[in-house]
Ligand binder design. Structure first.
Ligand code: HDE
Length: 704
């Protein structure tokens, strides 16, 4: 326990020491000279020329001119948070000497950065993309970075192809279009010619690429790594993060609209959740494979385009991460954090995965240009809590003041210090390797389709519909017909039905033959439908009100939802308050026009004749309801509120509940004459909200 407190406290103290709070201070220059005037530059007379000796203005502008640093070449758009990681028990000690994974008395501080990949730093959060999920563990034995994604596989086998892939997915070079989108010719050209991408493309076209929240997505280490125990024995390991809130996604149309309504949607969600004490939680789990079993799989463990199905090797829980503090300053912390796959600690080691090997070169290299020199580990967010003592000296932004006259080993002048450590050291795993130097892809990496098919087979009906729609959207934006055709050809090797459905949507002649019969295997764990749907914590619910609203049910529902951890908000045509049917004042949280249904998980439409009349005549309100229904969200209507819902859907949904509660595809309606919430209404609504979406709702005919 002593360790637990001291690690977390050390990191905290370290950061505290660097924190600058302007409260109570006076303005100075960088040199500490006090300033009493910073709004006008030094000029000759009131309207004369500005003087070069205005050192205050020059310092201020020079600093400003240099405020930007190069954004990350990928994963430029990100959001970060601090937290802790604590193992559940010590079972992993048999496999690794990394104590932070196996000592339940040890709580390790962490910093996590979530990101999109393709967009630039100012791009929208809700684009179709992979999400980065990078965790820095400040362990007592040094920093360990698990730099993963929310998808368990990658586009390519070998890091040497990464620049090609990134050039293909980024905006096209001649016109820098499109921003943060994969729906364009160069990406699909690359995909059609590089079939190893097919498995990843299936994930990218699935709802995994549209997370509802960073708090509701899985994380994966992607590569096979190695754990090393005290006897020096290695065990292959794959790392998994599972969100306690389950895995939930946005609808594609909704995601696109949010990109305009609130481009910071995921960032805001993470920030607000932490500010309100709704701390994101993830369970770390591992899949372990004994070295003797390395070749017992139908895929190569060194191939990052493949998974090991959970049904084959179960995920064993290791511990929990809780994110409980927002950074104080975005630039200092989230922008300057420097992850590196080669930041490892004793007990963890690499494998020969060629993608991982290349990453081990690339991350150090990128930090040198991005953070301007070799001393980036001294930036507070990157600083280990473990003691640092090297003979490395000088360089840009050196902030340590090294004392003494020696900076070499061995030395006699400083008593031989820093001395070589003899315990707790990192010793490379001694893998025996033999072979010729060759440039050749392993035969065991050349199965490009079987796991793409496995993924497709494992999806629920609605997930498949979304995947087909996504392929149609993306290929529909591709101008070159031969690229569309080539992708359909590739898809025909994944599944004939999938290829046919996509072809029909994009004007390509459907393939006539099934070139590769579907193997029929599936892995139920891959479906989002099979993750947690038992909580409504932090789900946002819009309650639409206007003057004349029947307040009883609104208040009861709002209280019940709040009591269960959801976040209901009252929205009216204008800010301020509305008058209830009983003539009382009811405070409003937001004006409807500042929000949109896409920013909520569910909508409640209360009754009250005057309110219903007002909202019926308000196009914004009607659109709000119709859109929520279109996006498969739970909607609750109380009393005459049902009329409003009926009108919003142009009466495609005929909503009536004479006696008892009606539930038409997740539109919950209380009996017509109700002025109070009927028994069981809250529970039924919460069940719908916990399930998140009613993906089976037929929405094609509903206008929005
Ligand atoms: Fe990265 N990647 N990557 N990557 N990556 C970067 O590092 C790179 C890969 C991932 O929040 C860069 O500091 C190469 C796989 C995340 O700061 C850069 C290859 C996976 C982040 C880089 C890969 C990732 C990065 C850009 C192929 C999932 C964001 C700025 C060999 C397991 C970390 C930076 C953060 C960032 C290179 C492949 C995940 C350029 C060369 C596979 C989450 O170094």
């Amino acid at each position: 326990m002593a360790n637990e407190a001291s690690n977390a406290d050390d990191k905290q103290r370290q950061l505290d020491g660097m924190r600058v709070n302007p409260a109570g201070t006076t303005l100075t220059t960088q040199q500490g000279v006090r300033i009493d005037h910073t709004d006008d530059s030094l000029t000759v007379g009131e309207r004369g020329p500005t003087l070069l000796e205005d050192f205050q203005a020059r310092e201020k502008l020079t600093h400003f001119d240099h405020e930007r640093i190069p954004e990350r070449v990928v994963h430029a758009r990100g959001s970060g948070a601090y937290g802790t990681f604590t193992p559940y028990d010590n079972w992993l000690a048999e496999y690794t000497v990394a104590e932070f994974l196996s000592n339940p008395a040890l709580t390790t501080p962490v910093f996590v950065r979530f990101s999109t990949v393709a967009g630039s730093r100012g791009s929208a959060d809700t684009v179709r993309d992979v999400r980065g999920f990078a965790t820095k563990f400040y362990t007592g034995a040094g920093n360990y970075d698990l730099v993963g994604n929310n998808i368990p596989v990658f586009f390519i086998h070998d890091g040497i192809k990464f620049p090609d892939f990134v050039h293909a997915v980024k905006p096209e070079p001649h016109n820098e279009i499109p921003q943060a989108a994969s729906a364009h010719d160069t990406l699909w050209d690359f995909v059609s010619l590089q079939p190893e991408t097919m498995h990843m493309m299936m994930w990218l076209m699935s709802d995994r690429a549209l997370p509802r929240s960073f708090r509701m997505m899985q994380g994966f280490g992607v590569h096979t790594f190695r754990l090393v125990n005290a006897a020096g024995q290695g065990t292959f390991v794959k790392f998994h993060w599972k969100p306690v809130l389950g895995v939930h996604s946005l609808e594609w149309d909704e995601a696109q609209k949010i990109a305009g309504k609130d481009p910071d949607f995921n960032r805001r969600d993470l920030w607000e959740a932490i500010e309100t004490g709704e701390f994101p939680e993830y369970e770390l789990g591992v899949q372990l494979v004994a070295e003797a079993d390395e070749h017992g799989f139908d895929v190569d463990l060194l191939d990052a385009t493949k998974i090991i199905p959970e049904e084959q090797v179960p995920i064993r829980p290791v511990g929990k991460m809780i994110l409980n503090r927002n950074p104080d300053n975005f630039f200092a912390e989230t922008e300057q954090v420097a992850f590196h796959t080669a930041n490892i600690v004793p007990g963890i080691d690499f494998t020969n995965d060629p993608l991982l090997q290349m990453r081990n070169f690339s991350y150090l290299d990128t930090q040198l240009i991005r953070l301007g020199g070799p001393n980036f580990a001294q930036i507070p967010v990157n600083r280990p809590i473990a003691e640092v003592s090297t003979n490395q000296r000088d360089g840009y932004h050196q902030s340590r003041v090294h004392q003494g006259r020696t900076a070499y080993f061995k030395n006699s002048l400083s008593g031989g210090c820093p001395a070589i450590a003899d315990e707790g050291v990192f010793r490379h795993y001694q893998e025996k390797v033999e072979g010729h130097k060759i440039r050749k892809r392993a035969a065991s990496f050349q199965d490009y389709y079987s796991q793409a098919t496995l993924f497709w087979n494992s999806m629920s009906d609605w997930e498949r519909e979304h995947i087909v729609a996504a392929f149609r959207f993306e290929l529909g934006k591709v101008d070159h017909m031969h690229i569309r055709e080539a992708v359909v050809e590739q898809l025909n090797r994944v599944d004939h039905r999938l290829a046919t459905q996509v072809a029909e949507g994009v004007g390509v002649k459907p393939p006539t033959e099934e070139v590769q019969p579907n193997h029929g295997r599936s892995s139920p764990a891959l479906s989002q439908a099979n993750t947690a749907t038992d909580t409504i914590r932090s789900r946002k619910v819009a309650v639409l009100v206007a003057d004349g609203v029947e307040a009883g049910p609104v208040t009861a529902l709002v209280e019940a939802l709040r009591g269960r951890g959801a976040v209901p908000e009252l929205l009216a045509p204008t800010n301020g308050a509305v008058r209830t049917a009983a003539g009382e004042e009811l405070a409003v949280d937001r004006a409807m026009t500042t929000m949109a249904s896409v920013l909520y998980d569910a909508v409640v439409v209360p009754g009250g004749d005057a309110a219903v009349t007002t909202l019926s005549a308000d196009g914004y309100a009607m659109h709000f309801i119709a859109e929520a229904i279109k996006h498969a969200k739970p909607v609750a209507a109380v009393g005459t509120g049902a009329t409003l819902v009926g009108r919003a859907t142009a009466n495609v949904m005929t909503l009536a509940a004479e006696d008892g509660i009606a539930n038409e595809h997740g539109v919950l309606v209380a009996p017509a004459a109700t002025t109070e919430l009927p028994d069981g209404f809250v529970e039924s609504f919460c069940d719908l909200l916990a399930a998140h979406r009613i993906w089976t709702r037929p929405t094609a005919a509903i206008p929005a």
